[in-house]
Design a binder for this molecule. Structure first.
Ligand code: NJP
Length: 244
C-alpha cells in the first residue's frame, strides 16, 4: 500500500509543492486546508500528473473539535496514516507594542496548538503500529528573532520545543520526528505577514523556491533527520545577517 501523507495547509505555498513531491514518489497525499476550491484544483492536478487520487478535506486547524473529527474520518476511510506534515501556519509581522493580543493569540492557535492537536490525532495509531513520521514546519524564526517577529518567532520557538520533546518520547516507538527551518520562501506568506510590503521587498532576492523546500523535506521522509535547516542571507533594516 502506498504511504499516506497528511499535509495541513496544502492549498498553496510549500504545502501544495510538498503534495506534488509526495505524489511524484508514489505516496498518497491527503490534503487539508480551509480553501476547498484550491484543494480541489491541486487534487485534480495530482490525478492528471501522477495518476494518484489525493483525498482532500476542509479543515481549519484552529478548530480543535474539527481536527478530531477530520482525522478520525481520514483514518476510518483511508486507513492508518504513515506521515503527518504539520505545515499550516502564518505570521503577522508587527511591533510587540502595536500588535493586538488577538493577533498573538491567532498565531498561537494555528501555528502551535493546531499543530499539537493534529499531532495528537495521529500519534496513537502510529504508536500502535510502531511506524510513522511527524514533520513540523517551523522556521528560521525558531532559531533567531528579528524585530517585528516577536509573536511569530515565539510560535516557531514553541514548535521547536514541542518537536524536540516529542522526539524523545517516541523515537523508540519507530516514529521519526523532524523539524524544518527554512529562511524566507517565495509564497503568499508575506501577503499576510507584511501588509506594508517592506519586509518582503528587503528579503525578496534571498527567498527560497517553494519547490526546493518541498523536495528537501519530502526526500527526508522516513529518515532519521532531526532538522532540515535551509539558511538564507537576510537584510533587516540596512544590515545584512547570515541567518545560521
Ligand atoms: O505560506 P502560504 P507558506 N487552518 O501562505 C494554510 C512556514 N514558513 O507555504 O487555510 C488550516 O502560501 C493555508 O491554507 P488556507 C509558515 O509559517 C514560511 O510559506 O486554505 N490551514 C495555506 O495552505 C507555515 O507554517 C516561510 O488559507 C491554514 C498554508 O497554510 C508554512 O511554512 C518561512 C490555516 C499557508 O500557505 C507554510 O507557509 C518559514 C488554518 N487556520 C516558514 N491558516 C516563508 N514563506 O517565508 C493558514 O521559515 N493555513
Amino acid at each position: 500500500k502506498s504511504s499516506s501523507v497528511i499535509i495541513t495547509g496544502a492549498s498553496g505555498g510549500i504545502g501544495e509543492q510538498m503534495a506534488y513531491e509526495v505524489a511524484k514518489r508514489g505516496g498518497t497525499p491527503i490534503l487539508l486546508a480551509r480553501s476547498k476550491e484550491s484543494l480541489a484544483r491541486i487534487s485534480e492536478k495530482i490525478d492528471n500528473d501522477f495518476g494518484i487520487k489525493a483525498p482532500y478535506l476542509v479543515l481549519d486547524v484552529s478548530d480543535r473539535s474539527a481536527i478530531k473529527e477530520t482525522f478520525a474520518s481520514i483514518i476510518e476511510h483511508h486507513g492508518p496514516i504513515d506521515v503527518l506534515i504539520n505545515n499550516a501556519g502564518y505570521g503577522k509581522f508587527e511591533y510587540a507594542v502595536e500588535g493586538s493580543i488577538e493577533n498573538f493569540e491567532g498565531m498561537f492557535e494555528v501555528n502551535v496548538l493546531g499543530l499539537i492537536a493534529c499531532t495528537k490525532a495521529v500519534l496513537p495509531q502510529m504508536i500502535e503500529r510502531q511506524h510513522g513520521h511527524i514533520v513540523n514546519i517551523a522556521s528560521q524564526a525558531a532559531k533567531i528573532a528579528t524585530p517585528k517577529s516577536s509573536g511569530y518567532a515565539a510560535t516557531k520557538h514553541a514548535v521547536l520545543g514541542f518537536t524536540n520533546s516529542l522526539r524523545m518520547e517516541v523515537e523508540d516507538e519507530g516514529i521519526f520526528v523532524t523539524t524544518v527551518n527554512p529562511g524566507p520562501i517565495k509564497t503568499n506568506f508575506f501577503d499576510v505577514a507584511d501588509e506594508s510590503g517592506q519586509y518582503q521587498k528587503n528579503v525578496e532576492r534571498f527567498m527560497l523556491d517553494p519547490k526546493e523546500v518541498a523536495s528537501k523535506t519530502v526526500s527526508a521522509l522516513f529518515t532519521k533527520k532531526r532538522e532540515i535547516n535551509l539558511p538564507r542571507w537576510m537584510n533587516v533594516g540596512s544590515t545584512f545577517y547570515q541567518v545560521f
